[in-house]
Design a protein around this ligand. Sequence first.
Ligand code: GN1
Ligand code: MG
Length: 370
Amino acid sequence: MRPATFDIKEICAAFKFDGDYIGFYSIDNGHINSTYVVEFETELEQINYYLLQEININVFRKPDELMQNIENVTAYLTKQIEKEGGDVNRETLHVYRTKDDKPYYVDKNGKYWRVYNFITNSYTCQIIEDPLVLFNAAKAFGRFQCMLADYPSETLFETIPNFHNTAVRFGDLKQAVETDAVGRASSVQKEIEFAFKREKDAHVLVDLLEKNKLPLRVTHNDTKLNNVMFDKDTNEGICVVDLDTVMPGLSLYDFGDSIRFGANTAEEDERDLSKVSLSLSLYEQYTRGYLSTAGKSLTELEIKYLPFSAKLMTYECGMRFLTDYLNGDTYFHTDYDDHNLVRCRTQFKLVEDIEKKLDTMSEITYACIK
Ligand code: GN1
Ligand code: MG
């Protein structure tokens, strides 16, 4: 667990929490922000939980724009959920403002903090044990995309420019290899070669987008399985979280990234590569679930590229881990020395496996829409 180096009481004092502070614990499942649950007890002995998050300012350099996006998107989602008769307290995040009405607090060490509602009676998943859970995650991400279908995308800030521009990501890797900032390049020649060999793939979706063949939508852009909260009683995916990268993007980014993480038979940082593969049955579950909620809005070309998007997003993520390894681990949180390299190898092994299965994945995709 990463050590906490902040004054929790100072931070809590900045927000309007209900009750007396009891304690906090950390939830370590993101590579970018640090997340904690804080507990408060009211006079009636009711325990209130809140989600406290340190915003990674190294990654999200414009916190005002970031929080404006999130407040606007969550307000919009709230209205959509109300229209559908859903539970707005559990089906979307809400930002709790500070006592002086700001969407975040800067502590005495210059760290940025924000608070969200804690989704009660829910859990998150790192790996799929029950395929139904992946089906439910897919429905949740598909629904999320549909709810934001008419969101005015021109009002959204690009919180990380070129986030899923795989061609730009390829350029970043090339640059990192040339600079070789910490002298690691010679030890990862195999991985560099693997990435360089697939340069053509990096251009496929960005080229289609440029030619207006794929629609730009409001997308989540970080559709890891652990960014869905599941209901403890029903196992339904009730709330999509981690809204920092909600921006205009391709539906294929969201679909592909979900497969990358959710249909992998191993964890993202599994060292034993023999455990890493693309599960066709999990692919089918996800595709079925996603098409059941987002299917009607997808174009023919989007559907055609669904299998490829899984390969592309895995390739892209592998390149990002490799780039960070070469740059000296400055972007993703890491827990040990070669963590980024381990993650990169897992991704590239998965890319290889997907390449062998693309035709079958395509057959499965079309079978799911029949
Ligand atoms: C990061 O924050 P988290 O862990 O959900 C990253 C994603 C990567 C993912 C890889 C803002 O997501 O893009 O796909 O790690 N988020 C950002 O696990 O870079
Ligand atoms: Mg995230």
